[in-house]
Design a protein around this ligand. Structure first.
Ligand code: GLU
Ligand code: MG
Length: 431
């Protein structure tokens, strides 16, 4: 067996995973991590470092791995070694937190909710993605079909093995509605664990697909009129190990605290979506009749809502208070899971601080309902809403947010002359 490397990585503002490797175990045991460059945070989705970014050629950082955020990737060739993959904080060279580190942004959100309200969030990410053969041919099979499922049997068995061996708690793997579309869901976990797993899961899926001569893409859309690939984030609130999301006799069965938390997300939704669905094509997906998130509201068991109150399963008289959760449906894989979750947690904290309430839990179809606020129709509209929302802006280090807005605005300009089909193809090539 060859000597294994450890790859130490971060997830950046365009949700790409980048990093460096060193020999295992030395590089982990040293505790000093590997070198990193501030301007790497200004990388665009399609390549280069954004001109005029806040960092320039200056400075040095360390990517300091977290031993708890690790996955083992199998060898890519016979007798090769497996690769140990670690997620890292970006730290200053004296070990202090780097103010622009996206993982630190999530840490701060988790800590603030805990400090102010003694509330912890359990989270489960659902990921949709599309598979094709490496030669470009289709997987085939019916929507939700057993044939589609069997057509990728080797891939899915290997995926299950890797997820289990790494303790990721896979819950379901399913053929989805779109052509070649599949979905994998992981069980609920504490917020940062869930976000770390979301980042690693995407790499595991892409890597496993490649080893079986398949190509996986998490791009939000493969074509403007095709079925979207969503990332749905299931959230439940806990205090000292007890669930506090459910209340028997209240509207939608939301406890007063859960209602305020949801109201916080609704209040800032038009700005928040820029941070959870951050590409040029994300907003083709976030439209009515796509079962993505066609309108800003909280609704009961409705797949068009930004926030969906999930069903309470009582077949085996389960304790519904433990499984009850709210699903945020407007994320996609062009957004960094640390930023997505940190943003949602900050929004929930704001809702709790203001004791916000929800006027109406939508029980009707969204279309024509007076209780639904429209989604931004483009990323630029969402970025403008973000720029005007001083509360959302206050959650971020100003340089982090400025860099994010610049990258994504540049991206809009870069793709401006392309047709919607061409834009989708660009994202498919990198996500
Ligand atoms: N594909 C849909 C989306 O873009 C989600 C469908 C579902 O409810 O699973 O979010
Ligand atoms: Mg789905």
């Amino acid at each position: 067996m060859n000597q294994p490397w450890a790859f130490i990585a971060t997830c950046d503002l365009v949700a790409h995973v980048r990093g460096r490797s060193g020999p295992f175990p030395k590089v982990i045991e040293s505790g000093e991590g590997v070198g990193w460059v501030p301007a790497d945070l200004a990388m665009s989705a399609f390549g280069g470092i954004a001109d005029g970014n806040a960092f320039g050629a200056l400075g040095d950082l360390r990517l300091v791995p977290d031993a708890q955020a690790m996955a083992i990737f199998p060898p890519t060739y016979a007798d090769g070694a497996s690769t140990r993959f670690y997620l890292a904080h970006q730290r200053n060279i004296d070990g202090s937190p780097w103010a622009q580190c996206p993982r630190t942004f999530l840490d701060n959100a988790i800590e603030a909710l805990d400090r102010d309200f003694d509330i912890q969030v359990m989270v489960s990410f659902e990921h949709e993605f599309a598979l094709s053969h490496a030669d470009g041919s289709k997987i085939g099979g019916l929507p939700f079909g057993f044939d589609a499922y069997r057509n990728v049997d080797q891939f899915s068995q290997e995926l299950l093995l890797i997820l289990n061996e790494n303790g990721f708690d896979p819950e379901t793997f399913l053929p989805e509605y779109g052509s070649g579309q599949f979905e994998v869901t992981l069980g609920p976990a504490p917020a940062r664990v869930a976000a770390d797993r979301a980042i690693m899961l995407r790499e595991i899926v892409r890597d496993t697909a490649k080893r079986f001569q398949l190509v996986a893409t998490f791009a939000p859309l493969l074509g403007p009129d095709l079925v979207g690939n969503g990332v749905h984030v299931h959230l439940s609130l806990w205090r000292n190990g007890s669930p506090i999301t459910y209340a028997d006799s209240r509207p939608g069965n939301l406890s007063a605290e859960a209602e305020s938390a949801c109201a916080g997300i609704l209040e800032h939704a038009r700005a928040i979506v820029a941070l959870t669905a951050s590409s040029q094509i994300s907003f083709f997906r976030l439209q009515p009749h796509r079962w993505s998130a066609g309108g800003i509201c909280v609704a009961k068991q409705n797949r068009e809502a930004l926030l969906r109150i999930c069903p309470q399963i009582t077949i085996k008289s389960n304790d519904v208070t433990k499984t009850f959760n709210i699903e945020y449906r407007a994320a996609d894989a062009t957004a960094n899971p640390w930023i997505v979750l940190g943003t949602l947690i900050h929004a929930m904290r704001e809702g709790l601080s203001g004791k916000l309430t929800i006027d109406h839990i939508v029980d009707e179809e969204l279309e024509g309902s007076a209780n639904v606020v429209s989604m931004p129709t483009t990323l630029i509209e969402a970025l403008e809403a973000l720029d005007k929302d001083e509360t959302v802006k206050s959650w971020f280090d100003p340089v982090l947010l400025k860099t994010f807005i610049e990258i994504r605005t540049n991206e809009a300009q870069e793709l401006d002359s392309l047709t919607p089909e061409e834009r989708c193809a660009r994202y498919v090539s990198v996500y």
